[in-house]
Design a protein around this ligand. Structure first.
Ligand SMILES: NC(=O)CC(=O)C(=O)O
Length: 274
């Protein structure tokens, strides 16, 4: 199966977990019925506000309410779900975690955000995930019936070594649920998505929450799907919406053959471990 569809549900996230889960369910169903999506991606922290003060309140141990909803939905609709991220509790620690389900509702991967968003931008934004979260320590690449997919979360996008590691492990698609904000979003979001797609010759799927001007942390929106040539093939505005695009694995092969970047790396000259 070299062609299939991926959708992003750019959903409104509220402070009610119940409403967020209901909304996720509604949008995933719509993505499958209306857009014929085979893989559906949700945004970062889709079941709770992106606010370090409340993350522990919303956190769940695996296998909690959110993972049960997503697993059941994936099975019922016969689709893969890359469950954005949620605050995950494990052994008294909190993580920003993406849970990934196959079309039978089985969990096939779990990515814990590796790079925590600790920034202090003058006259801009101060955010310190490490006040409450611990970092994950693994590169996540899941095997699906379509191809291998790398999954990372938001700030992880800024670390090209992580993206390249996924591709060296065979990823042909990279999925990043992410909640950029009104300072870093306009400055860097589109550019990062585009360049990560170009330098890794992958389809790049970046899934944001919809913009909520009343939230403490205002997400930028503008979810997008970029092809391995660096073209935006589907994109959202700020509001709640679903975007979807066809993925063509043969096109990845074509781009990688015509412009053989991955083959022509000179590892003897540079190494990502040095
Ligand atoms: N929220 C994040 O993790 C990252 C972000 O907003 C940025 O890198 O900018």
């Amino acid at each position: 199966m070299s062609k299939f569809n991926i959708a992003i549900c750019q959903m409104n996230v509220t402070d009610s977990k119940r409403k967020n889960l209901e909304n996720a369910r509604k949008m995933v169903c719509e993505a499958v019925k209306e857009k014929k999506a085979d893989i559906i991606v949700l945004p970062e922290m889709f079941n709770c506000p992106y606010d370090t003060k409340v993350m522990s309140e919303y956190a769940e141990e695996y296998d909690g309410e959110t993972s049960q909803v997503l697993a059941a939905l994936a099975k019922e609709l016969d689709v893969y779900i890359i469950g954005g991220s949620i605050p995950e509790k494990s052994e008294n620690k909190l993580y920003n975690t993406s849970l990934i389900f196959d079309n039978e509702g089985a969990i096939i991967g779990r990515h814990r955000k590796v790079h925590l968003f600790d920034v202090d931008i003058e006259n801009g934004i101060r955010f310190k995930e490490s006040d409450v979260l611990c970092p994950g320590n693994e590169v996540t690449v899941v095997e699906t019936k379509y191809c291998k997919i790398g999954v990372a979360i938001c700030f992880d996008i800024r670390f090209p070594e992580l993206m390249r590691s996924m591709v060296l492990s065979g990823a042909e698609i990279i999925v990043v649920p992410g909640a950029f904000n009104m300072i870093t979003g306009p400055a860097h979001w589109d550019a990062l998505i585009k360049v990560r797609a170009i330098d890794n010759q992958v389809y790049f799927i970046a899934a944001s929450p919809a913009r909520n001007e009343k939230a403490n942390y205002i997400a930028y929106g503008h979810s997008a799907i970029v092809n391995p040539w660096g073209e935006f093939i589907a994109w959202a505005e700020e509001r709640e919406q679903i975007i979807c695009s066809e993925i063509d694995l043969k096109y990845i092969e074509k781009v990688r053959n015509e412009l053989p970047l991955l083959k022509n790396r000179r590892e003897s000259v540079y190494s990502i471990n040095s």
